[in-house]
Design a protein around this ligand. Structure first.
Ligand SMILES: [Zn+2]
Ligand SMILES: [Zn+2]
Length: 144
């Protein structure tokens, strides 16, 4: 079984033969590199870029981070021979539930409360987001 994924526009795609440990990282670099509240990565093995390649930014002397040069999706965290991919970039992110977190001083004070947030509903219709935005045409790549 191959584990596949890619960026939002479809210009960069990847495939892995096996998934390893999945984690979220609360360092300031992962926050900046993803634009998110933490970095969500799963280690991958027998990994290849099947379309692309990605562009890279060396966020430190030890780590380079791959992203799509066309749409900007953060795709990889690479340190030497070790490669992790963004969990959300997998075609099926459910396959990589995070098993640990790397806690740094930059961890945001509200992250542990996210699961308890109230669910958004359209104030006019009372519907949730999937019903509210069902008619909006997506440009997101759907290859998988
Ligand atoms: Zn892209
Ligand atoms: Zn990090």
């Amino acid at each position: 079984m191959a584990f596949t994924g890619g960026c939002q526009c479809g210009a960069v795609r990847f495939e892995a033969g096996r998934l390893g440990r999945s984690s979220i990282c609360h360092c300031r670099m992962c926050q900046k590199a993803t634009g998110g509240l933490f970095g969500p990565y799963v280690d991958v093995f027998d990994f290849t870029w099947t379309r692309g390649p990605p562009r890279y930014f060396a966020s430190s002397e030890a780590v380079k981070r791959g992203f799509c040069g066309a749409c900007g999706t953060p795709l990889s965290f690479e340190m030497g021979e070790s490669v992790g991919v963004s969990i959300g970039a997998l075609d099926d992110p459910e396959l990589a539930p995070p098993a640990r977190q790397l806690v740094w001083p930059a961890k945001l004070s509200y992250v542990d409360r996210l699961g308890g947030l109230p669910h958004w509903t359209n104030p006019k219709t009372g519907q949730g987001p999937s019903e509210t935005f069902a008619a909006v045409k997506s440009n997101q790549d759907t290859s998988s």
